[in-house]
Design a binder for this molecule. Structure first.
Ligand code: DWN
Ligand code: ZN
Length: 421
């Protein structure tokens, strides 16, 4: 596999301090080598060009317990044009439909003219649901292509990164009843500016609701491939309490969700606005019992990830030697981390199928596997094996691909232990 070490210093910085507490007591817990940005799919015409790769390493702060990257790829480089569309994954659209309804029933339905602001609103899939339920909405989305798609479909979207200065502009007309942010807080480098902006935006009575993949699931289920340059922080409840406490805010509820391999939905308001639910204490207790404050937890995790890598590679080579036809299922960002970390390239996978129109016709970064339409599955050989790179949708995808499976096709689920089903 061609791996060109070409760190463009203009797009890369190494930070030396924890992004929540500023501490320097940071320990390396996992090294995934040098990797291309996980969503940087390339065109056919770029296959012979060099591709940027950057160190991808996970660190743990011994002071506030935040797990984080210190290798920072410039946000404009990662997010100004973005290929991941929430509307391309049916399970996410279903999740958002219920999410909006739950928030509407709990906080909005009795309000006059509720106003919902979403940070990182992607193509507007979640805001569309809030709009249907009668809220005024505003999306903030840095990817120009996605902001345009959203605006064109009637979801008002500001094409920018969220910041304190944008929050100030928005509140000139109105405070938000709800600020919602899903899978985006982990993308933000300056968490202090973010929280200052949210505090202003929710004013006295608003609620900040956000979802983040849960660190405990990542560690327990060896979801190493969710570690990539877009994700700067890997959250648990304790470091979040530390962060928001600095802004006179508090968590009043924590709910577990199953999406994206295990997610937390966290509810934040100004101090003393809501009764704090028992869930908050429950998660804190769970995290201490799990050992998020103990380096040994992460030493074991790192060993387990390396063993998992060896198992995945051994199994794929065995199947290849048996002349099985292998392809990938879901050109997810995490899929690219797995491919690069395990050196799986186009000599092993013939192609990857994906439902996202923006991804089809492109190639995976460095590993150069072509991405094709999901209809291609009906043309596969009878004993083909699909490496499930979108393992977070295992149940839905295995159900959906009933025909492929009944014709003898099988899925290889790589995580937490490679298994063929
Ligand atoms: O934080 C992030 C998460 C939430 O979403 C982002 N940084 C980027 C993105 O990560 P991802 O690309 O790993 O997410 P998904 O949702 O696991 O991606 C699944 C991919 O598989 C998409 O490209 C759509 C595709 N897909 C498919 O081809 N058939 C998905 C489903 C459900 C399907 O049936
Ligand atoms: Zn810290």
């Amino acid at each position: 596999m061609k791996m060109i070490d070409n760190i463009k210093m203009s797009n890369y910085t190494l930070v030396k301090k924890c992004r929540i507490c500023g501490g320097e007591n940071l320990h390396l817990i996992l090294d995934l080598g040098k990797q291309p940005p996980a969503n940087s799919l390339i065109e056919k015409s770029q296959l012979d060009l060099s591709e940027p790769v950057f160190p991808l390493r996970l660190f743990w702060c011994n002071d506030c317990f935040l797990v984080q990257l210190l290798d920072i790829v410039k946000k404009e480089f990662l997010f100004k044009h973005y290929l991941y569309m929430t509307s391309a994954s049916k399970p996410i659209v279903e999740h958002f439909t219920k999410y909006a309804l739950d928030i509407h029933n709990e906080f909005l339905k009795k309000q006059e003219n509720p106003f919902v602001v979403e940070i990182g609103s992607n193509d507007g899939s979640l805001l569309r649901q809030f709009k249907k339920l009668g809220s005024c909405i505003l999306g903030i989305e840095p990817a120009s292509n996605l902001a345009k798609l959203a605006n064109d479909s009637g979801i008002t979207t500001m094409n920018d990164f969220f910041s304190l200065s944008n929050a100030k502009k928005i509140v000139e007309s109105k405070n938000a009843s709800i600020v919602v942010a899903n899978n985006v807080i982990g993308h933000v480098e300056n968490l202090h500016d973010l929280m200052e902006g949210i505090k202003i935006l929710i004013g006295e009575h608003g609620v900040f609701v956000f979802e983040v993949p849960y660190l405990l699931d990542l560690v327990k289920k060896l979801e190493f491939d969710t570690v990539y340059h877009e994700h700067l922080s890997y959250f648990s409840v304790l470091p979040i309490i530390n962060l928001i406490g600095r802004f006179n805010l508090e968590i009043f509820d924590v709910q577990k969700q199953t999406v994206h391999g295990g997610t937390l939905r966290i509810f934040v308001s100004k101090k003393n606005n809501f009764k704090i639910k028992d869930s908050v204490k429950k998660f804190i207790k769970l995290e201490y019992e799990f050992g998020i404050n103990n380096i040994k937890t992460y030493d074991k995790f790192s060993d387990d990830v390396q063993n998992l890598k060896n198992k995945i590679i051994t199994l794929l080579h065995k199947l290849k030697n048996e002349k099985k036809s292998l392809f990938g299922y879901g050109a997810s960002a995490k899929g690219n981390v797995l491919l690069n970390y395990c050196n799986i390239d186009s000599s092993i996978l013939d192609y990857i199928i994906d439902t996202t129109p923006l991804k089809q016709g492109k190639f995976t970064p460095v590993t150069h596997i072509p991405i094709v339409s999901s209809d291609q599955i009906s043309n596969t050989e009878n004993d083909s094996i699909a490496l499930l790179l979108a393992w977070n949708y295992e149940n839905q995808i295995l159900d959906k691909e009933h025909d492929f499976r009944s014709n003898g096709g099988k899925f290889l689920i790589p995580i937490p232990e490679p298994i063929i089903k």
